[in-house]
Design a protein around this ligand. Structure first.
Ligand code: MOS
Length: 768
């Protein structure tokens, strides 16, 4: 078990953030003013109030006449855009704003007002009048199975159907069977910082955008494609090669200061594009800040799901078959489908399995990735079903997991690079007092409330993506590492600076990380819990090249104490090149003698990423204790204990904070979160932070985060697996299972709200 220690530096950006010094995209509106020193104008978006039909007319006269208004841009005069092909996710692949009269969802951007100030723009936007024409068909706002289609691919390209063995026959023959359906609801990311972008064109037609994103290169490519700026490389090649030089050629540049939370919702968004369109029309830099309400329809969300889970096996609990059929809420504009079944095949050792996906294209804005895509909803369904299975067979839910433990990767059959899930189960169970609970359903009472315990398995993929980095050692003993990665609040900048310091053999305070600018070497996206392992590997590879260069110079240099030694034997340590026998030379001395003020190297990692030899996964165990008030159905989560095994921890303090944040989100998913769509008009109804309920301080109990450090060097050069998302996985099921233990009431749809719970009587009348 690892606890935060002196090896856990505090967040390097912590002081800037708590003192208000940290700047975010919209704070940089004035920095964006272009060379001609034109002042930055401000934009506001006019959105449709219908989900379908078409635009008959837009009356902009009143808005145009208002003080400070420079222009109102509509489909009639907006720049014409070329198709965008970047990442799956969001709607840019299928929808470009302000190009025609067709309506696709309630909240679609129909016009952009540009004015001197943000207030003028927003007020004028409220005066734009739109006349609508009828729709050719009834819009679809429900997850209606009749409209479902089977996608070939889901997520980032995973197969829509995964199968092993003969699941149908195995299920038919199973001695014990469970067949239940579970439901999850739409959720919005609600990052603290709403979407914002400041766009400026220079006299040569080059575009610079300051924005908050998780993927600066992806968004730069989207803009470059839309405005046909003549980027040299196909985007797919950029992503695959991860080469530092990406073909942007300065034609489009993204500057990404701190990103104020993202959770999957900040990439491929409409607002950078709208800002750039407006800036082109206005001939001035334009800043566009979405309102909180607008983020619900102008930024993505996680679609709801309905999942049928079938388990079959023996009375001893051993599964022979697991089937998961997911029906997923999607949009007519989306090119992303929640990869619900992505990790299911790797979860338990059962011979027969099938996961399948069906998507319903509704007339709503496009859903996209959201923290722990797929698994966050999948594990609610599967781990609830496992709990039902355990209770039906009279087994301890934890014992059931152990009986189905996958000692090797069950889909591919490879050994795991590392897997410490059994230790996670043991540790977390011990900490929460699992064995001391009363086993019976509804058997525990405290102060008139029903007490229950529940558990679930957490799982997440390990995804290293091709990326590049540059490192430089200076003769003054400092170093700089650089890559266009993103600090989205997760602590990545701190962890990557630590990796650079370790690889360059310098104390942390001597090393600076530069990030957030597409002028820096190509970085993969900050998503999929991949930043530390992807960029960490790139920084490690660049540092190793730099070490080689230095070592070759030293061993050839007659004046060096290292002269004549094999270059390969030298290591960077404590600001010096060091041989095994203790001989050393300070890097600064070597550089000075060679007449250099510094030396740099650059590396990319595509060659590290081949066909996996080992099964890979991050795992964890989630345990919850709840108290349920029998009269009101109020659920209080009294304790959460999560134990996680996610490879090596670069910064245990930040790791704990990430995992805990995920668990808090899991609690919100379990009890509160639900974006409600108005069935009459397809509008998000609770589109503000007053009505979109999330877990707040008073809801969050004593949370214990335990980590088991693994040496995963078989899986990754630094032994890192990534842990940004696994904290959320399984929490909702652990809480739902605890509610069942407390009350005997099984809730198969989220959130576990009091009305949901009181739908059925769970206590004998005499006790109520
Ligand atoms: Mo995260 S949903 O992979 O940005």
């Amino acid at each position: 078990m690892t606890r935060p220690s002196p090896s856990s530096p505090r967040r390097l950006d912590g002081r800037a953030k708590v003192t208000g010094q940290a700047r975010y995209a919209a704070d940089l509106a004035d920095d964006a003013a272009n060379a001609e020193e034109k002042r930055t104008a401000h934009a506001a978006v006019v959105q449709s109030t219908r989900a379908s039909g078409r635009i008959l007319a837009i009356d902009t006269a009143a808005a145009c006449a208002m003080p400070g208004v420079l222009l109102v841009m509509t489909h009639l005069d907006a720049p014409r855009l070329k198709p965008i092909q970047t990442l799956p996710g969001g709607e840019l692949g299928r929808f470009l704003p302000l190009q025609d009269i067709h309506l696709h969802y309630n909240g679609q951007p129909l016009a952009v007002v540009v004015a001197d100030t943000r207030e003028q723009a927003r007020y004028a936007a409220s005066k734009v009048q739109v006349r609508y024409g009828p729709a050719e068909r009834e819009p679809l706002f429900a997850l209606d199975e009749a409209h479902a289609e089977r996608p070939e691919k889901v997520g980032a390209g995973e197969p829509g159907v995964t199968e092993r063995g003969d699941p149908d026959a195995a299920f038919a023959q199973a001695a014990e069977r469970l067949d239940e359906s579970y439901e999850t609801v739409p959720q919005h990311h609600n990052a603290l910082e709403p979407g914002a972008a400041v766009a400026a064109w220079d006299a040569e037609g080059r575009l610079t955008v300051h924005t908050a994103t998780q993927y600066s290169y992806g968004d730069a490519y989207a803009l470059g494609q839309a405005f046909d700026l003549g980027l040299r490389k196909p985007f797919a090649e950029v992503m695959k090669s991860g080469e530092a030089e990406s073909g942007l050629d300065g034609k489009v540049r993204l500057i990404v200061p701190f990103t104020g939370g993202a959770f999957g919702g900040k990439k491929g968004n409409l607002h950078p594009l709208l800002a750039a369109m407006a800036a082109r029309r206005a001939g001035r830099p334009v800043s566009l800040e979405l309102t909180r309400r607008q983020t619900f329809s102008l930024m993505p969300f996680r679609g709801g799901t309905r999942q049928r889970i079938r388990l079959g096996g023996n009375a001893d609990g051993r599964l022979s078959v697991l089937m998961q059929d997911a029906l997923i809420q999607n949009s007519t504009l989306s090119n992303f489908i929640e990869p619900v079944g992505e990790m299911t095949p790797k979860l338990y050792a059962c011979e027969h399995l099938r996961t399948s996906h069906r998507a319903v294209e509704m007339d709503i804005n496009a859903p996209s990735w959201m923290r722990a895509p797929g698994v966050a909803v999948s594990q609610f369904a599967i781990e609830s079903a496992m709990d039902e299975w355990a209770h039906r067979l009279g087994l301890d839910p934890l014992e059931l997991r152990l009986r189905n433990y996958a000692e090797v990767e069950p889909q591919g059959g490879q050994p795991w690079s590392s897997k410490s899930l059994s230790e996670c189960y043991r540790l977390a169970a011990e900490r929460i007092g699992w064995n001391a609970r009363a086993r019976g359903i509804g058997a525990m009472r405290e102060n008139g409330r029903c007490i229950g315990y529940g558990m679930a398995t957490a799982v997440y993929h390990v995804a290293q993506m091709p990326a590049s980095a540059r490192v430089r050692l200076n003769a003054d003993g400092t170093a700089v590492a650089a890559s266009s990665t993103h600090e989205i609040g997760q602590g990545g900048a701190t962890a990557l600076t630590q990796i650079a310091a370790e690889a360059l053999g310098l104390p942390l305070e001597r090393v600076t990380l530069e990030w957030g600018d597409t002028r820096l070497p190509y970085s993969s996206l900050t998503a999929g819990s991949s930043t530390t392992l992807s960029l960490g590997a790139a920084i490690g590879a660049a540092a190793d090249q730099l070490r080689q260069q230095l070592a070759e110079r030293a061993v050839k240099d007659a004046a060096s104490p290292l002269h004549g030694l094999p270059a390969e034997s030298l290591r960077l340590h404590d600001g010096a090149l060091q041989a095994g026998d203790g001989r050393r030379e300070k890097v600064s001395e070597l550089l000075r003698r060679q007449g250099l003020d510094g030396l740099e190297a650059q590396a990319s990692t595509a060659s590290q990423i081949g066909k996996p030899v080992f099964g890979r996964g991050a795992f964890g165990a989630q345990f919850a204790r709840v108290a349920v008030e029998p009269l009101t159905g109020e659920i209080r989560v009294q304790r959460l204990v999560g134990a996680f095994a996610c490879g090596r921890l670069i910064n245990p303090l930040l790791a704990r904070s990430q995992l805990m944040g995920g668990m808090v989100w899991g609690l919100g998913q379990a009890l509160f979160e639900q974006s409600r769509l108005d069935p009459r008009n397809g509008r998000w109804m609770n589109a503000d932070l007053a009505e979109a309920l999330v877990a707040t301080q008073a809801d969050v109990p004593d949370i214990e985060v335990l980590t088991i450090e693994e040496d995963d060097r078989r899986g990754h050069p630094l032994g890192v697996k990534g842990l940004g998302e696994i904290g959320v996985v399984g929490v909702a099921a652990a809480i739902a299972n605890a509610v069942f233990h407390a009350t005997g009431k099984r809730i198969r749809s989220l959130p576990l709200s009091p009305d949901n719970l009181l739908d059925a009587t769970f206590m004998p009348r005499a006790e109520r």
